[in-house]
Write a protein that binds this ligand. Structure first.
Ligand code: PAF
Length: 256
């Protein structure tokens, strides 16, 4: 595996996995999936300041550079790209605006977050022009928005990787206390055991350590509230434990 900082040293038409580091088994699963699309797999690590609406969250975002290199190398990617901020955001770079789906749910609680995500992903795409890019389903709203700016780049969706107790893997999980880590099980319990939005909220309310932001059954494409005739329903949840923001989602078929 080559570690590079300059995008000009990367192969074109690669399979690309953008990340913000603090890599874990969820990222490794994306890297492994990427290998089935190209002999050249590039992963980037760039903690994008533009997508943090809150300076404290940016400062406390986990950073584990040595472990990241080990995980990336072990999963067999060919290039690890550590771009410099000046390469990503040169003078006059184009800022993207996420639009109406970018203003609800995650976008409502984290104002400007999706503008920042789309801006960085667009810059990363411009710099290396991948053939395909792989994104995890855990950040479902992000994934749907990225599809709108991908152009000719094929977006591949990878299933959420979970801990044994069902908690979705996330770099932020490392910031939970041991008690918080146990309390976080309520999210998967709610998603996997509920058949309606009301049941989902009832299950989440059984855990006092969990502060709810939203828990809804939505139409996967429009993010509007699911109706009795909605075909593709997804349950989405966000909240905080120990001040750590956790999000998750699950397809619910036509059960609502
Ligand atoms: O999902 C993430 O890790 C980030 O939002 C992404 C897509 C790498 C953009 O910074």
């Amino acid at each position: 595996m080559k570690v590079v900082t300059d995008a000009r040293d990367l192969p074109s038409a690669c399979a690309f996995v953008p990340t913000m580091g603090a890599l874990h088994a969820g990222h490794a699963s994306l890297f492994i999936l990427a290998k089935s699309y190209s002999n050249h797999v590039v992963a980037s690590i760039f903690v994008n300041p533009l997508q943090f609406e809150n300076k404290e969250d940016l400062a406390s975002y986990p950073r584990t550079p040595e472990i990241d290199i080990e995980i990336a190398a072990a999963s067999g990617i060919t290039h690890l790209w550590l771009p410099k901020q000046s390469e990503i955001y040169p003078h006059g770079y184009r800022k993207l605006v996420a639009g109406s789906i970018g203003d609800i749910y995650e976008g409502k609680s984290r104002v400007g977050h999706f503008d920042g995500v789309l801006t960085v992903v667009n810059r990363l795409f411009e710099l290396i022009e991948p053939k395909v890019a792989i994104f995890g389903e855990k950040d479902f709203q992000q994934l749907q928005l990225i599809k709108t700016i991908a152009g000719d780049i094929e977006i591949i969706t990878a299933p959420t990787v979970r801990e044994e107790d069902g908690l979705a893997m996330s770099s932020r999980n490392s910031r939970l206390s041991p008690e918080g880590r146990i309390a976080a099980q309520v999210i998967y319990r709610g998603l996997s055991q509920s058949k309606t939005e009301v049941e989902l909220r009832e299950i989440l309310a059984t855990e006092p350590a969990f502060t709810l932001d939203y828990a809804d059954y939505i139409d996967e494409k429009t993010f509007a509230h699911a109706q009795s005739d909605t075909r593709d329903i997804r349950a989405i949840v966000a909240g905080w434990i120990n001040g750590v923001r956790l999000i998750d989602n699950m397809p619910m078929g036509i059960r609502a």
